[in-house]
Design a protein around this ligand. Sequence first.
Ligand code: PEP
Ligand code: MN
Length: 341
Amino acid sequence: MIIVVRQGATQAEIREIVDTIESKGLRTHFSEGTQVTIIGIVGDKSLLADTPLDALSGVEKIVPIMESYKLSSRNFKPEGTIIEFPGCRIGGREIVMMAGPCAVESEEQIQASAKAVKAAGAKFLRGGAYKPRTSPYAFQGLELEGLRLMKQAAKDHGLLVVSEITSENDLEAAAAYIDMVQIGARNAQNFRLLKEVGRSCIPVLLKRGIAETVEELLQASEYVLSEGNYNVILCERGIRTFETATRSTLDIAAVPVLKSKTHLPVFVDPSHAAGKAAYVAPLSKASVAAGADGLIIEVHPDPKHALSDAAQQITFDEFDRLCADVAGMAPIFGREFRHGA
Ligand code: PEP
Ligand code: MN
């Protein structure tokens, strides 16, 4: 349930509400909007059975949240969440572009990629260092050395870093090199990993699982939020359907559905959905039109010879053209995107 705090309530009245709830062994989560302040209560509500919260002077009203997810619900926090980074804000008017290779392969490759994506308008450099591959015999990534190379390339070109970890054991070491941790589709419901990133404050890009419903994605995000980390971005990356023309089926409807159900920013990864470079630009534009807050795109200096996902990575020139198109269309949808560094 949530408690809507009376407008003009004093700090002491708010403290009284929080103390009353917490004295019963429940946890509170605070959401301070420009219009209303909301206190979320998570846990076993029966513990409050003999506590008349509505008698407290700071309480305006008590509203039950019917959804299976609570803290990520728009009922808990009506205003969209904005996550601030040096040089960009995710979840506001700006469309934020994250781009780079599927995997970090060498210093030369990641340096060239960083230079090109920055020049086109990206704010984040992407690149896998721990590669979750379907086959154990496929390239598995450069691990920490890959993260080190990526951080250096990002620093040299004024970018932020987003990269995936696949185990909670790598979080502490990886956090020294990255600005945002990616949870991949194959770990979308790895609840131990989600809880662990929830206990840190590092921003999280949470991908949708290959066979995960929108509601399950929101429940997965709840694992991160309920541990205290509110810096979560959701990412639609295609789901498995009967259709085989694309690698996965991009569920474009998930974008407006998510935007209506949650205050969290919503990204799209058209690369892993399409599986083919030629479809990446059209799906990117469709995502912007559908209301995505940003895109994460695979870009490689020489896609044909990439060590992973060769078919879907786009060239530097293709990425630059896509960024020019996004800049042109963004204002039609009330958004901003600057093509160029
Ligand atoms: C990735 O972005 O590197 C990746 C492996 O994507 P996904 O988890 O969506 O398959
Ligand atoms: Mn990939």
